[in-house]
Design a protein around this ligand. Structure first.
Ligand SMILES: Cc1ncc(COP(=O)(O)O)c(C=O)c1O
Length: 416
């Protein structure tokens, strides 16, 4: 199937971290609603996805049809040595970045949108429903649905809906129906709007609306992060990175990525988990789930429709400040990632918006790529790391989860 030498970097299997975790993963817990919320997952998720969600298999074969789509959307993505940044920082070691912004939708989110849409389409579903914060997940869902000949509906967090009209436009070009959340299209949205008609929305609320809508209409729901199956799909990032480093005779000493729900970081870092590389998971200082959140069971969504997961969380009713990096505003983080942060295998770090904007400027000016504000957090951590010990010979590998070409107004926020 591979047509170019480059495509040989693509792995044949996704990697599922579950068998390699230090402890068994705690199962999702039913909420106290009348009907079982775990049963509910069976109604809203494709069967194959649900099977992957609870799988103990380390390797999951990537279906040929999905591999073909991965190639269509720009995989493998480049791993680039950031020589100019190294020079600017007078760093004696090496800095590499994996660039997920090179996919056609501009972020890593398409890596899981494609299999999720494919599994839904295989079940004869005509429409998929989701939520989006920054707009990247909604964009990926809209394209993945279109590539699988399905319609899509996207509940977009109100703050982002207002901040990012171009994102909405792209989703519509791909055929999605996009509504601002909280909306009048669900009972939960109506209830929230009745309490506060100018509610800024949150990812937790948008998830609740999307699930309620999918249930009512009998459509399938797609979730862009947090779930195990999503992280398994995202492992393509780390598996490619591993091969790309090997081909260059390099080894990662430090791996850095940003965390919203945890999918890009986990997908990037988990294939290296059994090795020695130091790992830094960067969250927004304004949404400090690892450093200020609690590790325990909490709801995925604000209405508590979906089951609870054992994870770091700031509380499912947490309303984040309107930082520009919409993808990092989520209250929790994936259970496997939360466990590995809790056990100390992965170190968490917070960075604030001003530091992120300076890092984005420095990276754009040295490497030419304007990163997504979310990815700017990972870059800020990498720059911090290099500046702490410029004489270090360590190889830092950072995941740039997306480009920021549609997020340029963040630059008018920050002071140089
Ligand atoms: C570009 C980008 N990076 C990172 C994230 C954070 O999500 P996750 O932690 O699931 O990768 C998002 C979420 O929307 C995003 O769009």
């Amino acid at each position: 199937m591979y047509q170019t030498k480059e495509q040989e970097i693509l792995p044949e299997y996704w990697y599922n971290v579950v068998p390699d975790l230090p402890e068994q993963l705690s199962p999702p817990k039913d909420s106290s609603r009348d009907s079982s919320s775990i049963e509910l997952l069976k109604q809203i998720l494709p069967e194959k996805l649900l099977e992957q969600e609870f799988s103990f298999r380390r390797n999951e074969r990537i279906p040929d049809e999905i591999m073909d789509l991965y190639i269509q959307i720009g995989r493998p993505t480049p791993l680039v040595r950031a020589r100019n940044l190294e020079k600017k920082l007078s760093y004696s070691g090496k800095i590499f970045f994996k660039y997920e912004g090179a996919t056609v939708t501009g972020s890593h989110k398409i890596n899981t949108a494609l299999p999720q849409a494919y599994y839904a389409a295989n079940e004869g579903v005509e429409e998929v429903v989701t939520e989006t914060g920054a707009g990247q997940w909604g964009t990926a869902t809209a394209l993945a649905a279109s590539l699988n000949s399905m319609r899509s509906k996207v509940f977009m967090v109100s703050t982002s809906y207002k901040q990012k009209p171009l994102r909405k436009q792209i989703m519509e070009i791909y055929g999605a129906n996009v509504v601002s959340s909280p909306s009048n299209e669900t009972d939960f949205g109506k209830k929230i709007l009745k309490e506060n008609k100018d509610h800024p929305g949150s990812l937790g609320i948008a998830i609740s609306e999307a699930v309620e809508y999918a249930l009512e209409k009998g459509y399938k729901y797609m979730l862009g992060s947090v779930m195990n199956s999503v992280i398994t799909h995202q492992s393509i990032i780390g598996l490619e990175t591993k091969k790309q480093l090997e081909l260059q005779g390099e080894e990662a000493d430090v791996m850095i990525g940003c965390v919203g729900g945890g999918s890009n970081f986990s997908g990037f870092a988990f294939p290296f988990i059994s090795g020695k590389a130091e790992m830094i998971a960067t969250t927004a200082e304004e949404v400090p789930k690892f450093t200020h959140g609690k590790f325990g069971y909490d709801f995925i969504d604000t209405a508590g429709i979906l089951p609870q997961l054992k994870m770091f969380s700031l509380g499912a009713d947490f309303v984040p400040p309107g930082i520009y990096a919409g993808g990092l505003r989520y209250h929790g983080a994936a259970p496997a990632l939360s466990m590995l942060v809790h056990s100390g295998r992965i170190r968490a770090e917070d960075v604030g918006e001003n530091e992120v904007i300076s890092a984005m400027r420095l990276f754009s000016g040295t490497q030419g790529i304007i990163p997504a504000p979310e990815s700017g957090h990972a870059i800020a951590s990498a720059i911090r790391y290099a500046r702490q010990d410029p004489a270090s010979k360590k190889t830092i590998v950072v995941n740039i989860s997306g480009h920021g070409l549609l997020d340029l107004s963040i630059f008018s926020r920050g002071k140089q």
